[in-house]
Design a protein around this ligand. Structure first.
Ligand code: PEP
Length: 251
């Protein structure tokens, strides 16, 4: 089963308007003529609208880094799905490990975000991943299973078509340490089997599972050669158009 690759850049809390528009334009240039894979950029909320204008005539998907479940109301500090759409975004990262670890977002809260975003037709990139301690204690698969089952609780078979999973071992994010291609493939295969158990084979075959954790030009080719790795969620290396361009154009 061949799935269309998705190469996603998470800009985290970086880039002002000028810098972000320049980076988006440079990334768009490196994608010219690239038709066999999808590219997604997730800038901070404050520059989504400006970046959406830069990407207007491209096929690059614009994403936020989080999303609220309600359309409007007393949710200080949150951004609703329709606000994102108004700013030109059609996707949202949910459950990033920085949200889980620094801001205490639970699987239950993340599930509420996932379901809310899906109900407004937002493409959800649901991040899951174990910490180093959990890996060393042999708990990787049980942690992943819990995060996926809770994160997707109540998500229907029709809605799952709008979900992308991102396996991001916490110990590999921003640390320069990448999971080996074997470790990543093993986790991705586990996740695909889990989706088959939760939904059906057809859905498991189609769902895209991205790898994230210090992806760079030097390791993207071997990661993307793994049968269950369908793309990458890239942090640091997505802040530079040349390195992200090389990642997008993996061989
Ligand atoms: C991320 O932010 O999701 C990420 C994987 O970061 P980095 O590529 O910098 O490890």
């Amino acid at each position: 089963m061949s799935r269309r690759a998705l190469m996603a850049g998470n800009w985290k809390m970086h880039m002002n308007v000028v810098e972000g528009c320049r980076l988006a334009a440079d990334v768009a240039r490196t994608c010219e003529g690239v038709t066999d894979r999808d590219v997604l950029l997730a800038p901070p909320y404050t520059i989504l609208s400006e970046v959406s204008h830069v990407l207007a005539n491209t096929s690059i998907i614009l994403s936020s880094q989080n999303v609220c479940w309600e359309e409007k109301g007393a949710f200080t500090g949150e951004i609703s799905p329709t606000m994102l759409q108004d700013a030109g975004a059609s996707a949202a990262i949910v459950g990033h490990s920085e949200r889980r670890q620094i801001f205490g977002e639970s699987d239950e809260l993340i599930n509420t975000r996932v379901k809310g975003a899906l109900s407004f037709g937002i493409l959800v990139i649901l991040c899951i991943g174990e910490t180093l301690d959990e890996r060393e204690k042999g708990r990787t698969f049980s942690v992943l299973e819990e995060q996926v089952r809770k994160g997707l609780d109540g998500v229907t078979a029709a809605q799952i078509e709008h979900v992308v999973l991102a396996y991001e071992p916490v110990w590999a994010i921003g640390t320069g340490k990448t999971a080996s291609k074997e470790q990543a493939q093993e986790a991705h295969a586990f996740l695909r089997e889990l989706i088959e158990k939760m939904y059906e084979k057809n859905i498991a075959d189609r769902i895209r599972i991205l790898y994230g954790g210090s992806v760079k030009a030097a390791n993207v080719d071997e990661l993307m050669a793994q049968p269950d790795i369908d793309g990458a969620l890239v942090g640091g290396a997505a802040l530079d158009a040349e390195s992200f361009g090389r990642i997008i154009n993996f061989k």
